[in-house]
Ligand binder design. Structure first.
Ligand code: BG6
Length: 474
């Protein structure tokens, strides 16, 4: 669906995220015909570059095959211009004020470090560049703890209303993450079973094979808990556990997510396994990448989380994420309870029903069921899976849309459903802070694990203790 004419100003236009995700994403949406042809995108950063020099950089960042695409890229670049600005000073702001138009949707995307959020927001207001209708988009990390998240919210709200603020968690833009809502709330099949009476436990895994090489300095200040759990895994947990919202509207959905976060029990230290990868043939150790031989930051975390409400009492959610693991694979696996009584002689444990929602790669879903082993030989049971892969239902030249593309178009449409509200982010930090503080107080060291493995021993023990097993990674 085409979006209205817009002026998008991208701060941090020469940065890594912009180069890898935002510019290519915008180009894809342009090719898909979603832009009004009078829209404009203005790249902003500190570097002194001419429009042509900047466009040449974009040509390198956006790879295209074939003459047709090259022509489209030229057309796309004709919508793009560049301004150099001193984000914390006064240079360049007048030029920006001249460049934005009054009759288009104005969106300001801050792909910059959080200490720039306040200074940029204030200047956008002071120079009359942003209006009450403008939108401001910010990236993670949204704070480092509850206090810093509150301070960032306060800084942004000095200049913008909550309905103008779009806090990105790119996991919410993933096709399969949204599919989770469709699956739960557009089918009558699952919802009656979606509770502790029928679901035994849930496993949420976001496993990465990459190391933190090149980002060690940032990552060492964060660790897996801040980098992944506080935001991405929390969002997956919320969408899996929340009550059905009454409508698919921003606040209806976000109200339900906040209730889940507020229902999370504090986590017992025994229910957490932290790990740090050690060297392998392919990778140096975490300690080398972090640049601090004594670092106690975790590159892996597994934890058991209880959602203390009627729907989920006694059905734990196990979360797991880490770097340098065996494979890149993200999924939500919902384990249904076994049948209450087995009528087939000699078989006490059926294979069980597991609904696996594959977030990436190979986006899709599998429902594991138990069936009769076909053929003669009497009533023997075996496992069969009902399988759906997203790629199969797309036309040949379509690809699963990248999360950033969708989210940026939602900003232009003014749809905040897939963005985090301020109170949601704060609630997540309020739950995470005591856990991290506990590690600090106990001076806890993460357990080493081999790169290319499934994580540390403690993560396996955490499950074994409860008589359960992790699904294999990859
Ligand atoms: C980012 C984290 O937010 O998400 C990275 O900072 C992580 O550490 C990345 O690698 C994972 O995103 P995706 O889309 O590749 O699963």
């Amino acid at each position: 669906i085409p979006v209205s004419k817009f002026d998008l100003v991208l701060f941090g236009a020469t940065g890594d995220l912009a180069r890898r995700k935002i510019w290519p994403g915008l180009f894809h949406r342009f090719v898909a015909g979603q832009f009004d042809s009078d829209s404009r995108i203005l790249g902003v950063s500190r570097s002194e570059l001419t429009n042509d020099e900047f466009r040449d950089r974009l040509r390198e960042a956006i790879s295209v095959n074939g003459d047709d695409k090259a022509k489209l890229l030229d057309q796309f670049l004709s919508l793009v211009s560049y301004t150099s600005i001193d984000a914390k000073g006064e240079r360049g702001w007048d030029v920006l004020a001249e460049a934005v138009r009054t009759d288009s949707v104005r969106a300001f995307y801050l792909s910059v470090a959080p200490n720039f959020f306040g200074p940029i927001a204030r200047r956008l207001r002071n120079y009359g560049i942003a209006t009450d209708e403008s939108r401001i988009v910010v990236e993670k990390p949204f704070g480092h703890d509850l206090a810093s998240a509150k301070a960032l919210n306060a800084e942004l709200r000095e200049c913008f209303d909550e309905h103008q603020i779009y806090r990105i968690d790119h996991y919410l833009g993933k096709e399969t993450v949204q599919n989770l809502m469709a699956l739960r709330f557009a089918n009558s099949l699952f919802e009656p079973l979606w509770n502790a009476s029928h679901i035994e436990h849930v496993q949420i895994t976001v496993s990465e094979s990459l190391s933190v090489e090149g980002r060690g300095e940032y990552y060492d200040q964060s660790g897996a808990m801040r980098d992944m759990v506080q935001n991405h895994l929390m969002q997956l947990l919320c969408l899996t556990a929340m009550e059905p919202p009454s409508k698919f509207k921003p606040n209806a959905v976000r109200d339900e997510k906040v209730k889940v976060i507020e229902a999370l029990e504090p986590v017992d230290a025994r229910d957490i396994a932290r790990g740090q990868y050690r060297a392998s043939k392919e990778h140096a150790s975490y300690l080398d990448h972090a640049g601090d031989p004594k670092s106690r930051t975790e590159s892996f975390i597994a934890m058991k989380v209880n959602v203390a409400n009627w729907r989920w009492a006694k059905t734990p959610f196990y979360l797991r994420t880490g770097k340098c693991l065996r494979a890149r694979t993200s999924e939500i696996a919902v384990y249904f309870r076994n049948p209450p009584h087995m009528i087939f002689p000699g078989i006490d444990t059926p294979m069980g029903n597991i609904l696996v929602i594959r977030l990436q790669p190979d986006e899709g879903m599998t429902l594991h069921t138990t069936i009769k082993d076909p053929g003669p030989g009497g009533m023997r049971l075996t496992e069969a899976s009902l399988d759906m892969t997203f790629a199969d239902s797309l036309a040949q030249d379509e690809i699963v849309q990248d999360a950033y593309e969708r989210l940026i178009m939602d900003v232009i449409r003014g749809d905040q459903t897939l963005f985090m509200r301020g109170d949601e982010v704060e609630a997540a930090w309020a739950w995470v802070d005591p856990i991290i503080n506990g590690w600090k107080d106990r001076n806890e060291k993460p357990q080493p694990y081999d790169s290319g493995s499934s994580g540390p021993e403690d993560a396996l023990l955490l499950m074994h203790r409860d008589g359960r097993r992790w699904r294999p990674i990859g």
